[in-house]
Design a protein around this ligand. Structure first.
Ligand SMILES: NC(=O)c1ccc[n+]([C@@H]2O[C@H](COP(=O)([O-])OP(=O)(O)OC[C@H]3O[C@@H](n4cnc5c(N)ncnc54)[C@H](OP(=O)(O)O)[C@@H]3O)[C@@H](O)[C@H]2O)c1
Length: 243
Protein backbone atom coordinates (compact mmCIF):
# COMPACT_ATOMS: atom_id res chain seq x y z
CA UNK A 1 0.00 0.00 0.00
CA UNK A 2 1.24 3.54 -0.81
CA UNK A 3 0.44 6.34 1.62
CA UNK A 4 -0.60 8.52 -1.34
CA UNK A 5 -4.08 7.07 -1.95
CA UNK A 6 -4.85 5.87 1.59
CA UNK A 7 -7.98 7.60 2.95
CA UNK A 8 -8.96 9.16 -0.37
CA UNK A 9 -12.37 8.49 -2.00
CA UNK A 10 -12.75 7.11 -5.52
CA UNK A 11 -15.83 6.78 -7.75
CA UNK A 12 -15.64 3.90 -10.25
CA UNK A 13 -18.03 3.11 -13.11
CA UNK A 14 -18.20 -0.39 -14.55
CA UNK A 15 -17.13 -1.58 -11.10
CA UNK A 16 -19.03 -4.87 -11.34
CA UNK A 17 -16.99 -6.44 -14.12
CA UNK A 18 -13.68 -6.78 -15.92
CA UNK A 19 -11.27 -3.85 -15.79
CA UNK A 20 -13.47 -1.72 -13.51
CA UNK A 21 -13.77 -4.57 -11.00
CA UNK A 22 -9.99 -5.02 -10.95
CA UNK A 23 -9.43 -1.30 -10.48
CA UNK A 24 -11.90 -1.32 -7.56
CA UNK A 25 -10.03 -4.23 -5.94
CA UNK A 26 -6.65 -2.56 -6.41
CA UNK A 27 -7.83 0.80 -5.01
CA UNK A 28 -9.48 -0.88 -2.00
CA UNK A 29 -6.12 -2.53 -1.25
CA UNK A 30 -4.59 0.97 -1.30
CA UNK A 31 -6.91 1.90 1.58
CA UNK A 32 -9.26 4.05 -0.51
CA UNK A 33 -12.96 4.50 0.24
CA UNK A 34 -14.95 3.53 -2.83
CA UNK A 35 -18.22 4.50 -4.51
CA UNK A 36 -18.99 1.70 -6.93
CA UNK A 37 -21.32 2.43 -9.84
CA UNK A 38 -23.10 -0.41 -11.65
CA UNK A 39 -26.47 -0.98 -13.23
CA UNK A 40 -27.17 -4.39 -11.72
CA UNK A 41 -28.06 -4.40 -8.00
CA UNK A 42 -27.19 -8.08 -7.52
CA UNK A 43 -23.74 -7.78 -9.11
CA UNK A 44 -23.11 -4.56 -7.18
CA UNK A 45 -24.01 -6.13 -3.83
CA UNK A 46 -21.76 -9.09 -4.59
CA UNK A 47 -18.85 -6.78 -5.50
CA UNK A 48 -19.44 -4.61 -2.42
CA UNK A 49 -19.42 -7.62 -0.06
CA UNK A 50 -16.24 -8.93 -1.66
CA UNK A 51 -14.41 -5.59 -1.44
CA UNK A 52 -15.50 -4.92 2.15
CA UNK A 53 -13.18 -7.79 3.15
CA UNK A 54 -10.26 -5.40 2.50
CA UNK A 55 -11.48 -3.22 5.39
CA UNK A 56 -12.16 -0.23 3.12
CA UNK A 57 -15.47 1.64 3.28
CA UNK A 58 -17.46 0.70 0.18
CA UNK A 59 -20.71 2.24 -1.09
CA UNK A 60 -22.73 0.97 -4.06
CA UNK A 61 -24.84 3.07 -6.44
CA UNK A 62 -27.21 1.58 -9.00
CA UNK A 63 -27.06 3.76 -12.11
CA UNK A 64 -27.95 3.20 -15.73
CA UNK A 65 -25.33 5.27 -17.52
CA UNK A 66 -27.56 5.51 -20.59
CA UNK A 67 -29.77 7.90 -18.62
CA UNK A 68 -28.78 11.50 -17.82
CA UNK A 69 -31.33 11.56 -14.97
CA UNK A 70 -29.78 8.44 -13.46
CA UNK A 71 -26.28 9.98 -13.72
CA UNK A 72 -27.42 13.25 -12.08
CA UNK A 73 -29.21 11.40 -9.31
CA UNK A 74 -26.19 9.17 -8.61
CA UNK A 75 -23.73 12.07 -8.63
CA UNK A 76 -25.80 14.08 -6.16
CA UNK A 77 -26.17 11.03 -3.87
CA UNK A 78 -22.39 10.52 -3.97
CA UNK A 79 -21.72 14.18 -3.15
CA UNK A 80 -24.29 14.12 -0.31
CA UNK A 81 -22.84 10.93 1.20
CA UNK A 82 -19.14 11.78 0.93
CA UNK A 83 -17.23 14.72 2.38
CA UNK A 84 -14.63 14.36 -0.38
CA UNK A 85 -14.24 12.87 -3.87
CA UNK A 86 -10.61 12.56 -4.97
CA UNK A 87 -10.64 10.27 -7.98
CA UNK A 88 -13.14 9.29 -10.69
CA UNK A 89 -12.45 6.28 -12.88
CA UNK A 90 -14.62 5.87 -15.96
CA UNK A 91 -14.42 2.20 -16.93
CA UNK A 92 -18.00 1.29 -17.97
CA UNK A 93 -18.26 0.69 -21.69
CA UNK A 94 -20.17 -1.05 -24.43
CA UNK A 95 -19.11 -2.47 -27.76
CA UNK A 96 -21.30 -3.66 -30.62
CA UNK A 97 -19.24 -5.10 -33.45
CA UNK A 98 -20.87 -4.87 -36.85
CA UNK A 99 -20.52 -3.31 -40.27
CA UNK A 100 -21.74 0.28 -40.57
CA UNK A 101 -24.30 -1.02 -43.08
CA UNK A 102 -26.11 -2.97 -40.33
CA UNK A 103 -25.66 -0.53 -37.45
CA UNK A 104 -28.92 0.90 -36.18
CA UNK A 105 -29.42 4.28 -34.56
CA UNK A 106 -30.02 2.43 -31.28
CA UNK A 107 -26.65 0.61 -31.57
CA UNK A 108 -24.84 3.87 -32.29
CA UNK A 109 -26.69 5.67 -29.48
CA UNK A 110 -25.92 2.96 -26.91
CA UNK A 111 -22.16 3.20 -27.52
CA UNK A 112 -22.29 7.00 -27.64
CA UNK A 113 -24.40 7.20 -24.45
CA UNK A 114 -22.29 4.83 -22.33
CA UNK A 115 -18.81 5.46 -23.78
CA UNK A 116 -19.00 9.24 -24.34
CA UNK A 117 -22.03 11.00 -22.87
CA UNK A 118 -21.92 9.24 -19.49
CA UNK A 119 -18.25 9.98 -18.69
CA UNK A 120 -18.74 13.54 -19.97
CA UNK A 121 -21.73 14.32 -17.71
CA UNK A 122 -20.63 12.29 -14.68
CA UNK A 123 -17.35 14.23 -14.78
CA UNK A 124 -19.27 17.49 -15.06
CA UNK A 125 -21.42 16.61 -12.02
CA UNK A 126 -18.41 15.66 -9.86
CA UNK A 127 -15.94 18.26 -11.09
CA UNK A 128 -16.34 20.84 -8.31
CA UNK A 129 -15.71 18.13 -5.72
CA UNK A 130 -12.66 16.86 -7.64
CA UNK A 131 -11.27 20.38 -8.00
CA UNK A 132 -11.64 20.94 -4.25
CA UNK A 133 -9.40 17.90 -3.65
CA UNK A 134 -7.00 18.68 -6.52
CA UNK A 135 -7.97 15.19 -7.58
CA UNK A 136 -7.58 12.93 -10.60
CA UNK A 137 -9.82 11.59 -13.38
CA UNK A 138 -9.13 8.42 -15.36
CA UNK A 139 -10.75 7.57 -18.68
CA UNK A 140 -10.47 3.91 -19.70
CA UNK A 141 -10.11 4.30 -23.46
CA UNK A 142 -8.90 1.62 -25.90
CA UNK A 143 -5.87 0.87 -28.05
CA UNK A 144 -8.28 1.45 -30.95
CA UNK A 145 -7.86 5.22 -30.37
CA UNK A 146 -4.18 4.94 -31.18
CA UNK A 147 -4.71 3.17 -34.50
CA UNK A 148 -6.78 3.43 -37.67
CA UNK A 149 -10.18 1.90 -36.95
CA UNK A 150 -10.60 -1.62 -38.30
CA UNK A 151 -13.73 -3.10 -39.93
CA UNK A 152 -16.87 -3.54 -37.79
CA UNK A 153 -15.70 -0.98 -35.26
CA UNK A 154 -16.93 2.32 -36.70
CA UNK A 155 -19.35 3.16 -33.87
CA UNK A 156 -17.13 1.90 -31.04
CA UNK A 157 -13.96 3.51 -32.42
CA UNK A 158 -15.78 6.81 -32.98
CA UNK A 159 -16.92 6.76 -29.34
CA UNK A 160 -13.41 6.08 -28.03
CA UNK A 161 -11.82 8.76 -30.28
CA UNK A 162 -14.41 11.15 -28.83
CA UNK A 163 -13.51 10.09 -25.30
CA UNK A 164 -9.84 10.83 -26.00
CA UNK A 165 -10.78 14.33 -27.20
CA UNK A 166 -12.84 14.92 -24.06
CA UNK A 167 -9.92 13.92 -21.84
CA UNK A 168 -7.42 16.10 -23.74
CA UNK A 169 -9.65 19.16 -23.73
CA UNK A 170 -10.60 18.71 -20.07
CA UNK A 171 -6.92 18.40 -19.09
CA UNK A 172 -6.22 21.92 -20.39
CA UNK A 173 -9.23 23.24 -18.45
CA UNK A 174 -8.48 21.62 -15.10
CA UNK A 175 -4.69 21.36 -14.86
CA UNK A 176 -4.62 24.97 -13.62
CA UNK A 177 -6.92 23.82 -10.76
CA UNK A 178 -4.48 21.08 -9.76
CA UNK A 179 -6.49 18.24 -11.33
CA UNK A 180 -4.69 15.50 -13.30
CA UNK A 181 -6.30 13.64 -16.23
CA UNK A 182 -5.23 10.20 -17.44
CA UNK A 183 -6.35 8.32 -20.55
CA UNK A 184 -5.38 4.66 -20.59
CA UNK A 185 -5.48 2.68 -23.84
CA UNK A 186 -5.60 -1.07 -23.18
CA UNK A 187 -5.28 -3.66 -25.91
CA UNK A 188 -7.18 -6.93 -25.74
CA UNK A 189 -7.87 -7.61 -22.06
CA UNK A 190 -9.28 -10.86 -20.64
CA UNK A 191 -12.82 -9.78 -19.69
CA UNK A 192 -16.39 -10.73 -20.62
CA UNK A 193 -16.31 -8.01 -23.30
CA UNK A 194 -13.22 -9.49 -24.96
CA UNK A 195 -14.61 -13.03 -24.80
CA UNK A 196 -17.62 -11.81 -26.80
CA UNK A 197 -15.31 -10.17 -29.33
CA UNK A 198 -13.52 -13.50 -29.85
CA UNK A 199 -16.92 -15.18 -30.39
CA UNK A 200 -17.81 -12.55 -33.00
CA UNK A 201 -14.45 -13.14 -34.72
CA UNK A 202 -14.97 -16.90 -34.56
CA UNK A 203 -11.60 -17.37 -32.83
CA UNK A 204 -10.63 -19.60 -29.95
CA UNK A 205 -10.42 -17.61 -26.71
CA UNK A 206 -7.37 -18.04 -24.46
CA UNK A 207 -7.68 -15.59 -21.58
CA UNK A 208 -4.16 -16.36 -20.35
CA UNK A 209 -2.57 -15.01 -23.57
CA UNK A 210 -4.22 -11.61 -23.17
CA UNK A 211 -3.60 -8.57 -21.02
CA UNK A 212 -5.16 -9.13 -17.58
CA UNK A 213 -7.58 -6.64 -15.96
CA UNK A 214 -5.23 -6.54 -12.94
CA UNK A 215 -2.38 -5.41 -15.26
CA UNK A 216 -4.48 -2.44 -16.34
CA UNK A 217 -5.34 -1.66 -12.70
CA UNK A 218 -1.66 -1.77 -11.75
CA UNK A 219 -0.73 0.66 -14.54
CA UNK A 220 -3.46 3.05 -13.37
CA UNK A 221 -2.28 2.95 -9.73
CA UNK A 222 1.26 3.61 -10.80
CA UNK A 223 0.13 6.72 -12.76
CA UNK A 224 -2.18 7.93 -9.95
CA UNK A 225 0.61 7.73 -7.38
CA UNK A 226 3.18 9.74 -9.35
CA UNK A 227 4.61 12.71 -7.45
CA UNK A 228 2.68 15.95 -7.91
CA UNK A 229 5.52 17.29 -10.07
CA UNK A 230 4.41 14.88 -12.83
CA UNK A 231 1.26 14.06 -14.79
CA UNK A 232 0.97 10.81 -16.73
CA UNK A 233 -1.42 11.86 -19.50
CA UNK A 234 -1.63 8.75 -21.72
CA UNK A 235 -0.80 5.12 -21.03
CA UNK A 236 -0.71 2.54 -23.80
CA UNK A 237 -0.77 -1.02 -22.47
CA UNK A 238 -0.86 -4.09 -24.72
CA UNK A 239 -0.73 -7.85 -24.29
CA UNK A 240 2.93 -8.94 -24.29
CA UNK A 241 1.92 -11.88 -26.51
CA UNK A 242 1.18 -10.22 -29.86
CA UNK A 243 -0.43 -13.24 -31.61
N1 LIG B 1 -11.63 -5.88 -22.59
C1 LIG B 1 -10.88 -5.29 -23.51
O1 LIG B 1 -10.18 -5.95 -24.29
C2 LIG B 1 -10.84 -3.79 -23.59
C3 LIG B 1 -9.84 -3.21 -24.39
C4 LIG B 1 -9.77 -1.83 -24.49
C5 LIG B 1 -10.67 -1.05 -23.79
N2 LIG B 1 -11.64 -1.62 -23.03
C6 LIG B 1 -12.55 -0.73 -22.31
O2 LIG B 1 -12.45 -1.03 -20.93
C7 LIG B 1 -13.66 -0.68 -20.29
C8 LIG B 1 -14.11 -1.85 -19.42
O3 LIG B 1 -14.40 -2.94 -20.28
P1 LIG B 1 -14.32 -4.46 -19.79
O4 LIG B 1 -13.53 -5.19 -20.80
O5 LIG B 1 -13.96 -4.50 -18.38
O6 LIG B 1 -15.84 -4.88 -20.05
P2 LIG B 1 -16.91 -5.63 -19.15
O7 LIG B 1 -16.29 -6.69 -18.34
O8 LIG B 1 -18.00 -5.97 -20.11
O9 LIG B 1 -17.40 -4.46 -18.16
C9 LIG B 1 -18.14 -3.38 -18.63
C10 LIG B 1 -18.77 -2.70 -17.45
O10 LIG B 1 -19.56 -1.58 -17.91
C11 LIG B 1 -20.83 -1.65 -17.27
N3 LIG B 1 -21.89 -1.03 -18.08
C12 LIG B 1 -22.15 -1.24 -19.38
N4 LIG B 1 -23.24 -0.52 -19.74
C13 LIG B 1 -23.65 0.15 -18.65
C14 LIG B 1 -24.72 1.03 -18.39
N5 LIG B 1 -25.61 1.37 -19.33
N6 LIG B 1 -24.87 1.53 -17.14
C15 LIG B 1 -24.00 1.20 -16.16
N7 LIG B 1 -22.95 0.35 -16.34
C16 LIG B 1 -22.79 -0.17 -17.58
C17 LIG B 1 -21.10 -3.13 -17.11
O11 LIG B 1 -22.12 -3.37 -16.19
P3 LIG B 1 -22.80 -4.85 -16.08
O12 LIG B 1 -21.84 -5.63 -15.23
O13 LIG B 1 -24.10 -4.60 -15.43
O14 LIG B 1 -22.92 -5.36 -17.49
C18 LIG B 1 -19.72 -3.61 -16.67
O15 LIG B 1 -19.54 -3.39 -15.28
C19 LIG B 1 -14.64 -0.30 -21.39
O16 LIG B 1 -14.73 1.09 -21.46
C20 LIG B 1 -14.01 -0.88 -22.64
O17 LIG B 1 -14.39 -0.16 -23.79
C21 LIG B 1 -11.74 -2.97 -22.89
Amino acid sequence: MTAYLNGQTAVITGATSGIGRSIAGALAKQGMDLCLIGRNQKKLTHTLKDLEKTGSSIQAYVCNLESIESIEHTASDIIRNNPRVDIVIHSAGNIILQPLENTTAADLDLQYFVNVRAPFFLTQQLLSAIKRQKGQIVFVNSSISQQKAKANLSAYAASKYALMAIADSLREEVNPHGVRILSIYPGRTATAMQENIYKFENREYHADLLLQPDDVAQAIISALTMPRTAEVTDVSILPFNKS
